[in-house]
Design a protein around this ligand. Structure first.
Ligand SMILES: *Cc1c(COP(=O)(O)O)cnc(C)c1O
Length: 300
């Protein structure tokens, strides 16, 4: 069994809610599970989602891993570096015109071959795969969506205390959420914060992976915190990101975890959580994505 290395162990960071202008909520506790620290490039949930795919590819003696992603994708960076560590070559099928940016630079430096596909053709991934497939390939869905990804993400749950009542996480493909639901204890409420607009269909993608309608009932879907859509953000969100850094030394990324932390504080302010709730927000990583912002915008 090949295991990706940790730079640093994940840990729970307590966030004092009394500092957040919500001191009526002193009976709540909030912690952030810092998965962003585990590896510089195989960040956060990608470390967990990739683990079993990598092992299957190695077991099947595949010669190349191929996956899909946008030009700023955390999944692309993580796959490139994970494949480098596992000693298997890889290719990233990148949405859009030939380009370069900090994300793709890291991927290429790790040895990933890039294949750019224009947005129209990218939509039909089956056809793209048929055209690019070579013998010995192991294909991973965009964002690592799939059963093995969810099974890997189940391992995130071991870092959360059993007394936790609410687990809240950002949702992209829903793979991490599916794993968290599968691993959840019966008393735990899972809250999914989709970062895409009009993402209600993703609940079905999650249900497909969880494959247990009773467990699915533990999830609540809160879809009002996407800030206009995937990777969309505004000055207020960026200002909040700086504030959370200054108050708590909590770095967030603009695509996923900033929207998650926004949602957490919003729910606290709206008194969504019953007194005594022990809330854990999953910091799923992805800080490399901030590199696409102008350098003076963030204080971290
Ligand atoms: C990929 C990613 C997600 C989304 O995970 P899914 O399993 O696709 O839902 C959330 N947060 C960060 C930081 C990510 O990079």
């Amino acid at each position: 069994m090949f295991t990706l290395p940790f730079d640093k162990m994940p840990y729970l960071q307590a966030i004092p809610l009394s500092n957040a202008a919500v001191n009526q909520n002193i009976t709540l506790s909030l912690s952030v599970l810092r998965l962003d620290v585990i590896h510089n490039q195989i960040s956060g949930n990608k470390w967990f989602k990739l683990q079993l795919y990598l092992n299957e590819a190695l077991q099947q003696k595949c010669s190349r891993i191929v996956t899909f992603g946008g030009a700023y994708s955390n999944h692309i960076v993580a796959t490139a570096v994970a494949c480098q560590l596992a000693g298997i070559s890889c290719m990233g099928v990148i949405r859009g015109d030939v380009q370069t940016n900090p994300t793709l630079t890291i991927a290429v430096a790790a040895g990933m071959q890039l294949q750019f596909i224009d947005r129209t053709h990218y939509k039909n991934k089956k056809i793209v795969q048929q055209q690019l497939q070579q013998p010995g390939d192991y294909w991973i869905n965009e964002g690592g969506y799939g059963r093995l990804g969810a099974e890997g993400a189940m391992n995130i749950h071991q870092y959360i205390l059993p007394s936790t009542t609410h687990i809240i996480a950002a949702v992209g493909t829903g793979t991490m959420m599916a794993g968290l639901i599968q691993a959840a204890l019966p008393h735990q409420n899972m809250i999914g914060i989709p970062v895409l607009k009009g993402a209600d269909m993703i609940q079905q993608d999650i249900e497909y992976l969880v494959n247990d309608s009773k467990k699915m009932k533990q999830m609540t879907w809160i879809s009002a915190c996407h800030f206009g859509g995937y990777a969309k953000h505004n000055a207020i969100l960026l200002q909040k990101m700086n504030e959370w850094w200054q108050l708590y030394q909590l770095p967030t990324d603009k695509v996923y975890t900033a929207k998650l932390i926004w949602a957490v504080f919003d729910l606290v302010e709206k008194k969504y959580f019953p007194a005594g709730s022990k809330i854990v927000a999953i910091h799923s990583g992805g800080l490399q994505g901030n590199a696409s912002l102008l350098p003076h915008i963030l204080k971290f």
